[in-house]
Design a protein around this ligand. Structure first.
Ligand code: CP
Length: 305
């Protein structure tokens, strides 16, 4: 596998293989401790990150490999005007695989087209975040035992939330998926996702501004942060940021087996009082992110274990 820029580049069989590999890594971590000895992962993050960057780095260390990274984008030659293409060609001379996060949509694709080693999109602008989707899929699979026949609610910033776009693209290929899209009117799912993915495939969906009205129907509730960094003005952000706040009171409306996911970071949209609710799965997602990135690195480097 030369690159992972968009989740649709993975077939359902490849996703299934990654999920099974992840289960094996969880069951037998010691069997993987030396799998990537002598290999190097470069993490090129031109936007802030806690989970994605550290989980990629932890994943490579747990596979016995090494990590090359920059303290921040400002300390790389991008600050002097170096192009993404030249950066990718350069880092290919030092590393066996690259994970890149960039504020510009399409930047990891440019990197992949110019690198001589595999490139993974670790989030590009408001576009895609395929490795978060792999973490989300593993979480849903472990919680529900399936990725089909589910009613999945997405709530919050569906316009700029790249994790939402990627997960809808992934789930759209499984049977019996129903989407419930919950957002303020200004933060609705972009038409390129709604029309090209949901409507084009005749998938069942509902669009609403009311979380409470649909909460009892959901197998999965995927909460998202309003993406301040993608807004053009602060006033709009301040007006919309607290559109939805999940509280223990609202969780009384949810099914006893409803799984609450969130890619994190959380700001205000899930009350911390829900963290101890057995339905809260967002810190399991964090752990699963590391495991799926281990599985992905093995696959992309074609390492046999
Ligand atoms: N979920 C996610 O992408 O988190 P970070 O921004 O902390 O990497």
């Amino acid at each position: 596998m030369k690159r992972l820029i968009d989740i649709t580049e993975l077939s359902l069989q490849e996703i299934e293989r990654l999920l099974h590999r992840a289960e094996d890594i969880i069951a037998r971590p010691a069997a993987y401790a030396h799998a990537c000895e002598g290999k190097k992962l470069a993490t090129l993050f031109f936007e802030p990150s806690t989970r994605t960057r550290l989980s990629f780095e932890a994943a490579m260390y747990e596979l016995g490999g090494h990590v090359l990274s920059m303290a921040d984008a400002g300390s790389s030659s991008a600050a002097k005007g170096e192009s993404v293409a030249d950066t990718a060609k350069t880092v290919s001379c030092y590393a066996d695989i690259i994970a890149m996060r960039h504020p510009k949509e399409g930047a990891p694709l440019v990197a992949a087209l110019n690198a001589t080693v595999p490139v993974i999109n670790a989030g590009d602008g408001g576009h895609n975040h395929p490795t978060q989707t792999l973490a989300d899929l593993l979480t849903i699979y472990l919680e529900k035992g399936r990725l089909s026949n589910l009613t999945v609610g997405f709530c919050g910033d569906l316009k700029f939330g790249r994790t939402v776009h990627s997960l809808i693209n992934a789930l759209a290929r499984y049977v019996g998926i129903r989407f419930v899209l919950i957002s303020p009117t200004e933060l609705k799912l972009p038409s390129y996702v709604k029309k090209d993915v949901i409507q084009k495939n005749n998938l069942d969906y509902t669009q609403t501004t009311e979380l409470e009205a649909v909460l009892p129907e959901l197998d999965i509730l995927y909460m998202t942060r309003v993406q301040r960094e993608r807004f053009f003005n602060e006033e709009d952000y301040l007006r919309l940021k607290d559109s939805y706040i999940l509280t223990p009171e609202k969780m009384k409306l949810a099914r006893p087996d409803c799984s609450v996911l969130h890619p994190l970071p959380r700001v205000n949209e899930i009350s911390v009082a829900i963290d101890d609710d057995p339905r809260a799965c967002y810190f399991k997602q964090v752990f699963n992110g590391k495991i799926m990135r281990m599985a992905l690195i093995l696959e992309m480097l074609e390492v046999q274990v």
